[in-house]
Design a protein around this ligand. Sequence first.
Ligand code: SAH
Length: 196
Amino acid sequence: SDIGSQKDRVVTEEEWLQKWEMGNIGFHKEQVHPLLQKYLDVLLNGRNGLRIFFPLCGKAVEMKWLADMGHSIVGVEVSEQALKDFFTEHNLPYCEEPVPEISGAKKFQSASGNISLYCCSIYDLSSSIVGKFDGVWDRGALVAVNPCDRQRYVNLMITLMEKKSSYLLVTVSYDPNKHKGPPFYVPDSEIKSLFG
Ligand code: SAH
């Protein structure tokens, strides 16, 4: 398949912030993703109280859903508006604090302590800052990353995973010559080579 038309496309952080400002967020869904419900057992694999990572989290409702099941959630998102909207829309009190290791970054944490959302670029994170995770929900994340940054993104994700963690990845399949993305088309063959 030819992904040539997308491989040089770049969406800047500024453009993402603008999408949030304009309410141009068709990617946000009010209902828990049906594939997360379907594959929840694969993610949990019989375990309780997991640390679950949401890369490029937006205001994904699945964060609340999994937190309500007793898991702790860490997300990262460049849009402060998205993170504030998340807590407000779920009526969750939260506090806001700087992240000493990352200049300009903020951490928003639910008062109950089980949801921590970092406002910064995912590329600013490392396991020494956020620790490692038992599970990852990657929907609208790998497919939103600029094609030129995919390997960097995946290498980072691998460093954030515990030995026995599970990673649920949602991709979209379409003709990349007909839409410019995001979401970008990431063929299965590329996913295999990215994750090794
Ligand atoms: N995963 C979410 C949002 C998908 S849209 C969901 O399922 O609804 C992709 C999100 O990534 C946008 O909210 C955008 O602001 C954010 N984003 C883009 N580049 C980023 C980066 N480098 N670091 C952190 N967040 C980023």
